[in-house]
Design a protein around this ligand. Structure first.
Ligand code: HAM
Length: 422
């Protein structure tokens, strides 16, 4: 049969060592920090009924219009590979009656998301997010708390100097006035908008502000900004948020043109960006969505959350990352009996939680030593027929060059003591 090589699907990537160590470091930091802020983990399904995304993200959003991986399953149901986590979290919150638990309920989740976008640096068709969602509190204190948590998390993984942009996009009370102003503004510019935006004009003119087509970007330059249309409650919500962020020492800028590409947001929206990322510069984004739980059939429940894009974080952390982990001990051997004994010694170390590598397939001592070096091991143990007969084993500290010999029986204690010093 003719042999065939296969590649991963376009826009989808494998995650390999050494990058995987950065992923693990980020994931561990997220868990540790979310725990102290009281966020519990949800494991959400990767596929969901299509309707939950259409309803929440919105029919006129880019995601729903163009980017969803949607298929009909064998039972005739329309299923979508989740393009994001908020809709799933809300579906889960309502389905499992989590609103019966004391508020706020705070959750985090992580995993792959799928969007059929044009792949480029920092933009994939399968990408990973870590997200948080907090339900049941409308006070801006909670918005500020999660933005502060995001900052702590980013700093913990070595990222500082990122831009925190915030905005308020109003509520169901003030949005209609803004919508009218947008309709008014774009009515004389309709001919210059892209076909999608002509449709958006009818259905949801706010989406024109999020369009990536150059002509639409040009046309909306002087469009009315939402901050001029906020009702009193939204104004005071936003100003309280800002003063708490200041108290918590979170540096932010107000970006009055940021509307976000998803329909469910009310009031607070925010994005964290980095100049180091190029065109796809948002590492994290989120906001408040006070209507969604109710729209999904739950009781009126305000909520707020964010998601970070893992690939973009990894790209940023890569510049600052520690070296990759390396084995603590490498056992080099000469002769078959010594090679077998080395396996037994390795097993003893591994049972004590020490990472040990051994030489294989009759490689010369020199090539085994080279391998130990490449591994960046801390210690090499050297076992030949002669040492074996004497019940001894040679050791060399590859970090400081010191060397010696110990009894095979004592080697565990000897290394355990010395490894702690490295
Ligand atoms: P989003 O802005 O669509 O928001 O995505 C959040 C983050 O996911 C982005 O800032 C970016 O880092 C990453 N991201 C998005 N699309 C891609 C892609 N194609 N390739 C690589 N990374 C990507 C949401 O998803 C909301 N669910 C956030 C949220 C949670 N709002 C409230 N709660």
């Amino acid at each position: 049969m003719k042999k065939q090589r296969y590649n991963a699907v376009k826009g989808v990537q494998d995650i390999l060592p050494p990058d995987i160590y950065i992923w693990q470091k980020i994931e561990a930091a997220a868990k540790e920090i979310f725990r102290v802020y009281g966020f519990q983990e949800l494991r959400l399904p990767i596929m969901e009924p299509t309707a939950i995304f259409v309803r929440s993200i919105g029919e006129t959003s880019d995601i729903v219009e163009k980017e969803m991986y949607t298929f009909t399953d064998k039972g005739g149901r329309s299923i979508t590979l989740r393009p994001e986590g908020t809709a799933s979290a809300v579906r889960c919150y309502v389905q499992n009656h989590l609103y019966n638990l004391p508020s706020p309920q705070k959750f985090f989740y992580s995993g792959p998301m799928f969007r059929y976008e044009r792949p480029q640096k920092g933009r994939l068709r399968q990408f990973y997010q870590i997200g948080v969602e907090a339900f049941g509190v409308s006070e801006p204190k909670l918005d500020a708390e999660i933005i502060a948590m995001l900052r702590v998390f980013l700093e913990r993984i070595g990222l500082s100097g990122l831009n925190f942009e915030i905005n308020s996009i109003g509520c169901e009370k003030c949005r209609p006035g803004y919508r009218d102003a947008l309709l008014d503004f774009f009515s004389s510019r309709l001919d210059s908008l892209c076909p999608d935006c002509k449709r958006r004009y009818e259905q949801n003119p706010l989406r024109i502000l999020d369009c990536k087509v150059d002509a639409c970007i040009e046309q909306r330059k002087d469009a009315p900004v939402v901050s001029d249309f906020l009702c009193d409650e939204c104004v005071s919500h936003f100003s309280e948020l800002r003063s708490i962020l200041e108290m918590l020492d979170v540096p932010y800028v107000v970006n009055p043109t940021m509307v976000r590409g998803l329909d469910y947001y009310t009031r607070t929206t925010f994005e964290v960006t980095s100049e180091r990322l190029g065109a796809q510069n948002a590492v994290a984004a989120g906001g408040r969505y006070d209507r969604l739980v109710e729209e999904f059939g739950g009781p009126p429940t305000p909520a707020v959350g964010f998601a970070v894009g893992m690939e973009r974080l990894v790209a940023l952390v890569k510049d600052t990352a520690d070296s990759v982990p390396s084995p603590e001990v490498f056992i080099a051997t000469v002769g078959k009996d010594a090679a077998q004994k080395a396996l037994l010694i390795a097993e003893g170390f591994r049972a004590k939680g020490v990472w040990v590598e051994v030489g294989y397939e009759g490689a010369s001592l020199r090539s085994q030593m080279r391998r130990a070096d490449r591994f960046n091991a801390n210690y090499v143990l050297i076992l030949g027929e002669d040492e074996l007969k004497r019940g001894r084993i040679g050791w060399k500290n590859l970090k400081d060059g010191s060397a010696g010999e110990v009894g095979i029986q004592e080697v565990y204690d000897f290394l355990q003591k010395n490894l702690n010093k490295i």
